[in-house]
Design a protein around this ligand. Structure first.
Ligand code: SOE
Length: 385
């Protein structure tokens, strides 16, 4: 077997996403042996020397840095993977692209469209490979949904319905800011559930059903003040705790989206349902290996919702894992995205979603927040060809 080429990874940030990405880099070669590139865990970077050293030893990174600029300057790093709070994405990505590094960035691309655009410009000017970790596209059932829609199985689409419901910020005692709670600090995150959770739903929706043309939204901040971990002061909350919006898609269909982190009884209920002229499909992250399908063309005597257990070898990605009937999990979506990224290097293609595609999702998020703030419909300006 010819020697593998290496892709030397420099990871910035080691939280929850640092773990999912590191796991994916370590496992991809075992399950996608045909790939010509293999990731090397070259360095992980974070401010706290002791904690980043411990993470490096636990996961097998060869070295550590405490200044991301030093990491980007290293000649022995090929790709920078950004797992920081959203307010750091732009500066790091722009510097990495200027240094000729490939850039993988956690979602959302940035806090605003204006902050994200120079990121798109930087990677395209430098001609470096780039992708954004909208990982739910790479759940086999979601990829299968894309194949069914693109094959015309559903026919003309009339409705798209999506939820992303969680419950972890309901306590008023939860501070904003600081380790793991930056998502509650508007300065670090840029928004609440809109950029954190609806961004996933919007990316999936546009990937499956095309561009979102305009939106009408309502947001709410239920807990108005929280202690700020950084200042210790009781501070006004600037994020949206919950968001509901409806929209027109470019293809004439209507969309309804809801997200909250106050929904008792739901830990990560990410769902979509799509209704077409011939058929409907629906999917739920809590049962991620299944895609439900209804086809009006079935014999009326047996017409009804059927469950496709998306674990057969001819289902997307599933030939890489176990045997039919045995499921995979959330963590496999990151392995799939790393595999697709490595393949895109080999084939000189793109690994979707690119920064440019993720900027379109950013435009919808921003239009949603503007619509809610002005209690009016907002055009998104999305260009989703
Ligand atoms: C928290 O809401 C969170 O971790 C998001 O930030 C992730 O993107 C989502 O996949 C799970 O929930």
């Amino acid at each position: 077997m010819s020697a593998k080429k290496t892709l030397r990874i420099g990871l910035i940030g080691y939280g929850f996403m640092g773990r999912t990405h590191s796991n994916a880099y370590k496992r991809v070669g075992d399950f996608f042996p045909e790939l010509k590139y293999r990731p090397v865990l070259k360095a992980v970077c974070a401010r706290n020397q002791e904690r980043v050293q411990a993470f490096a030893e636990q996961w097998g990174y060869e070295s550590v840095e405490t200044d991301w600029r030093a990491l980007i300057a290293r000649e022995d790093i090929d790709a920078i993977d950004i797992c920081t709070p959203n307010n750091m994405h732009a500066e790091i990505a722009i510097a990495a692209a200027a240094a000729g590094k490939m850039v993988l960035c956690e979602k959302p691309l940035a806090r605003t469209v204006a902050e994200a655009q120079p990121m798109v410009d930087a990677v395209e000017k430098a001609g470096v490979r780039n992708t954004v970790w909208y990982n739910y596209r790479r759940i086999p059932a979601v990829t299968l949904a894309k194949k069914l829609i693109d094959a015309g199985k559903l026919g003309k689409i009339f409705h798209y319905r999506a939820n992303f419901l969680q419950d972890w910020t309901i306590s008023p005692e939860l501070p904003q800011g600081g380790e793991g709670l930056w998502r509650l600090d508007n300065d670090a995150a840029g928004s609440g559930v809109t950029g954190d959770l609806l961004a996933h739903c919007i990316d999936t929706a546009m990937w499956l059903n095309g561009g979102i043309k305009d939106v009408s939204a309502v947001t709410e901040t239920f807990v108005k003040e929280r202690l700020h971990s950084g200042t210790g002061e009781l501070t006004k909350v600037g994020i949206d705790d919950a968001c509901i919006f409806h929209c027109h898609f470019e293809n004439g269909s209507l969309g309804v989206f809801e997200s909250t982190r106050y929904a008792r009884g739901h830990k990560a209920l990410n769902t979509f349902e799509i209704n077409g002229e011939h058929a409907s499909i629906r999917w739920d992250l809590h049962d991620l290996n299944r895609l439900e399908y209804f086809d009006h063309r079935d014999d009326p005597m047996i017409r009804g919702w059927r469950t496709i257990h998306v674990t057969d070898g001819d289902h997307p990605y599933m030939d890489k894992w176990w045997v039919p009937g045995l499921s995979i999990g959330y963590e496999h979506t990151f392995v799939h995205q790393v595999a697709d990224f490595l393949k895109s290097i080999e084939e000189q293609t793109i690994c979707s979603p690119t920064f440019r595609e993720a900027q379109e999702t950013q435009k919808v998020c921003e239009a949603v927040l503007e619509s809610a703030a002005t209690r009016s419909w907002k055009d998104t300006g999305v260009n989703w060809d």
